[in-house]
Design a protein around this ligand. Structure first.
Ligand SMILES: *Cc1c(COP(=O)(O)O)cnc(C)c1O
Length: 354
């Protein structure tokens, strides 16, 4: 398939106050788009000016949420070049989500090349300031106009880009985590492993409850027993428990995070024992007091590593010392961001430089 590149008709002023960029509100001049029709396959791939789509009100995505997405970042390196972090892993996961949602897969190589081409054309939008990056959002939606429930015969796949400010301004700040004892995110056999919009719509109610109680994020328990901690809204969870690294296994209820994968590799290299097992909520709540739980942090593309300062479960709250981020948490944050921004060698071949 060929990729058409259309001229930008109405360029925006570009980046001004880099450090004030709010997450996901500013978009660049161009986007990648391609269409799918059953029988014809993917076609009409192009990079065109960023702008609204025209959708039929009966478009299936608007009714039954046949939608998937991805999130990855491009980083500005000290030499001015731009690099993406493990982009082919995101393309592979995009196709796994597509399979689960009965959507057509994309050609891995073509789609990865299209993303790289788009970022290259928009590379002026990759900010320079410390901690900033260009967030990349591949998306696929069912566009066929039909109110029956079945996989659609028409799709739109697109990629938009958003320059984002430093997640942590004025130092890495621990988050307050609300453990939901009632609402759940994913069940075995459900869609928890797919990056599909419906999972996030379903999570909003508990997130609102957390916010009303002064907490930043929801930590989900397993749906069956409400006993084991699984993951946070858009982060996998890690615990330094009995001096081992403990994180939930991938059993279909937890998203297979690329940051999770990277952190597991780094922890192994640092010599830690790793246990992919589900910690119980009691181990978490009692662990700080009895000294077995030394650190907890979340991992995800947006935050990279997010230290946890406190947990609240059934009205009881526990906090780490002064709420300061742990030593290992900070070391992992530095190691991973040094690789992403090209301040350190990349022995694992994680970085694709444009
Ligand atoms: C995207 C996401 C993550 C983090 O995945 P990364 O590949 O590390 O960005 C974790 N949990 C959920 C539910 C997610 O949607």
């Amino acid at each position: 398939m060929k990729l058409d590149i259309l001229p930008v008709t109405n360029p925006k002023p570009g980046l001004s106050e880099e450090t004030d960029l709010a997450f996901g509100r500013t978009f660049t001049d161009r986007m990648f788009v391609m269409q799918y029709d059953t029988g014809k396959g993917w076609h009409s791939a192009r990079i065109e000016p960023y702008g609204p789509f025209s959708l039929d009100p009966a478009a299936m995505v608007l009714h039954y949420s046949q939608e998937i997405f991805e999130g990855l970042k491009a980083f500005r390196r000290p030499d001015g070049k731009v690099a993406l972090f493990r982009p082919s892993d995101n393309v592979t996961r995009f196709n796994l989500s597509a399979q689960r949602m009965c959507m057509p897969e994309v050609d891995n190589e073509f789609f990865l090349d299209a993303i790289l081409k788009l970022v290259q054309l928009e590379s002026d939008w990759v900010p320079f300031s410390e901690g900033t990056s260009l967030y990349i959002r591949p998306t696929m939606i069912a566009t066929e106009a039909m109110l029956g429930v079945r996989p659609a015969d028409q799709y739109l796949c697109y990629v938009i880009l958003s320059p984002v400010g430093a997640y942590y301004k004025g130092g890495i700040a621990p988050v307050k985590i609300w453990i939901s004892d009632h609402y759940v995110r994913a069940t075995q056999g459900g869609t928890g492993e797919a990056k599909t919009g419906g999972n996030y719509a379903a999570s909003l109610y508990a997130a609102k409850e957390a916010a009303e109680n002064g907490y930043d994020q929801v930590l989900w328990l397993d749906a069956k027993e409400r006993k084991y901690v699984e993951e946070v809204g858009s982060m996998n969870m890690f615990f330094l428990y009995d001096d081992k690294i403990v994180t939930s296994p991938l059993r279909g209820t937890v998203l297979d995070g690329i940051t999770r994968r990277s952190v597991l590799t780094l922890c192994k290299e640092m010599g830690y024992d790793i246990e992919e097992r589900a910690l119980t909520v009691d181990e978490v709540m009692e662990g700080i007091g009895n000294g077995r739980l030394k650190e907890a942090f979340g991992t995800g593309t947006a935050v990279v590593i997010s230290p946890v300062g406190s947990f609240c479960y059934k009205g009881e709250s526990v906090s780490f010392n002064n709420g300061d981020p742990g030593e290992l948490t900070m070391k992992l944050y530095k190691t991973l961001t040094d690789i992403q921004y090209g301040r350190k060698a990349d022995p694992h071949g994680w970085v694709t430089i444009l």
